[in-house]
Design a protein around this ligand. Structure first.
Ligand code: HAX
Length: 436
């Protein structure tokens, strides 16, 4: 590993970066970056500036940038497999880790490392097979990752004599072992539960996204769908539930297996990653009532209001940070307009894009009435034959692992401490408010 371009570039970047963090801490540690209001303490710490990451930044109006690049820029600049429209996922890992756009040669080196490391240990398959078949695929996915914790080089390094400056190297080793296995695990879970337990062996000629599509048993251009999906879901700053959980768990010097398994558990919540399956469930409910035809605008408005009036949220709309249409939604919309514009479910999504924002505005609760990534992702999967919507969050989880692993490698490189915010009691807040 130490001879790879990825390792050498990352090592150089880490050496260059460390003095910046040390200087900020030592010379500017008392400078105020934010103030905290009671509303934020009670309200899920919304908006409090209290984390640092250089992997991605989420602007409320522009959306996500990976290492300073918008999603269209990432798609344009990263090397692509021959004849394919979307880039190697392995190239995104290189970019997120090092901040540099890799050459084709540099990407192919990572592709090769991933191929060498993707074989699943038999015991993980045994663990999955021992679980009841009606377990949620996310529960299976998270279990499989934590079951592999015995492979952790980071945990061995800790046991045998830990050195803070070197820790990132072992986190990187764990990442390079976990990441290639995730599409393999996901494909195994999918075919075990939904495809009669008949499995397709990996193709040694294919990259991360291409091999995933192959193992799921879906033809082109699903390989590009897989690449696009994993890339757009990779990172969204470090404050969202999955990324933050990964960072928090790793801050206790838990290894990458624990950290990724935990972050997947957070992603499995309906207000976070599970929203993609909820969107499909909601649309199918409307479709059943409509007897397969497209509702009129008025009919759709009524379905939306009925959902709101029954106390539920409209899945796929709103966001804790974003205040405009999620560019991850737009990327998928553009793909859909090219490949599936006549699909009935796409037309549902299109109609919802028109109908929901004004209704949420009229209701006046949601701070952001616009669609997020999850409003679109299910229908694309459905179109390509992945109709088992319990599985959708697993796809999100593969992508999100790329960002979380990049973040926790850098966490160790910069020696970030164990995370431990301070709690107050309600009495104390009342005193601060001057009402007690
Ligand atoms: N439908 C109905 N009501 C909504 C809403 C929606 N889509 N989005 C927000 N609201 C409501 C909230 O429930 C909240 O109501 P209460 O005051 O009664 O609690 C109010 O509007 C204010 O919420 P907010 O400040 O705008 O949003 P939050 O930061 O609290 O929550 C959520 C952000 C994404 C969780 C929220 O918008 C939501 O529940 N959306 C639907 C679920 C969803 O799509 N989740 C995926 C988000 C993207 C993501 O993380 N993907 O993984």
């Amino acid at each position: 590993m130490d001879n790879t371009k990825l390792f050498k570039t990352l090592a150089k970047k880490i050496e260059e970066h460390r003095p910046r963090t040390t200087k900020l801490l030592k010379e500017y540690g008392d400078v105020k970056a934010d103030e905290v209001k009671i509303r934020q303490i009670i309200g899920g710490m919304r908006g409090i500036k209290s984390l640092v990451t250089d992997i991605s930044y989420l602007d409320p109006f522009e959306g996500i940038r990976y290492r300073g690049m918008t999603l269209p820029e990432v798609f344009e600049k990263l090397p692509k497999p021959e004849g394919r429209e979307y880039p190697y996922v392995e190239g995104l890992f290189y970019l997120l880790l090092t901040g540099e756009v890799p050459t084709k040669e540099e990407v192919l080196e990572v592709v090769e490392i991933f191929k060498q490391n993707r074989q699943l240990p038999q015991y993980v398959i045994d663990v999955l097979r021992a679980m009841p078949r009606d377990s949620h695929p996310m529960a299976m996915f998270a279990t499989a990752v934590v079951a592999m914790q015995r492979e952790s080089e980071f945990a061995k390094f800790y046991k045998e004599g830990f050195n803070k400056m070197e820790a990132w190297k072992y986190m990187l080793k764990d990442a390079l072992n976990i990441l290639p296995k995730l599409p393999m695990l996901a494909a195994y879970i999918y075919r075990m539960i939904y495809k009669g337990d008949v499995h397709i062996p990996a193709d040694e000629n294919l990259d991360f996204g291409g091999n995933f599509a192959h193992m799921l048993g879906i033809d082109k251009p699903y390989d590009d769908v897989a690449r696009m999906y994993f890339i757009i879901h990779a990172d969204h700053e470090s404050g969202n539930v999955s990324a933050h959980t990964g960072h928090l768990v790793a801050s206790a010097l838990s290894d990458a297996y624990y950290s990724i398994s935990a972050m997947l558990d957070g992603l499995a919540g309906p207000l976070h990653g599970l929203a993609n399956q909820e969107v499909l469930r909601w649309i199918q409910g409307v479709r059943e009532k409509m007897g397969d035809k497209l509702p009129t605008e008025e009919e759709m408005k009524k379905f939306v209001w009925d959902t709101l009036n029954s106390g539920q949220v409209i899945p796929g709309f709103g966001h804790a940070v974003l205040r405009k249409t999620d560019p991850r939604y737009t990327v998928q919309r553009e793909f859909a307009l090219k490949y599936m514009k006549d699909d009935i479910l796409f037309k549902y999504v299109d109609l919802l894009y028109k109908v929901v924002p004004p209704i949420l505005e009229e209701q006046g609760k949601a701070k952001n009435p616009w669609p997020n990534v999850d409003a679109h992702s299910g229908v694309v999967q459905w179109f390509f034959g992945v109709k088992e919507y319990d599985f959708y969050t697993v796809l999100f989880g593969i992508g999100r692992s790329i960002g979380v692993l990049s973040n926790i490698i850098w966490d160790r490189a910069l020696g970030y401490p164990i995370e431990r915010p301070k709690s107050l009691t309600t009495d104390m807040l009342e005193e601060i408010a001057g009402i007690k």
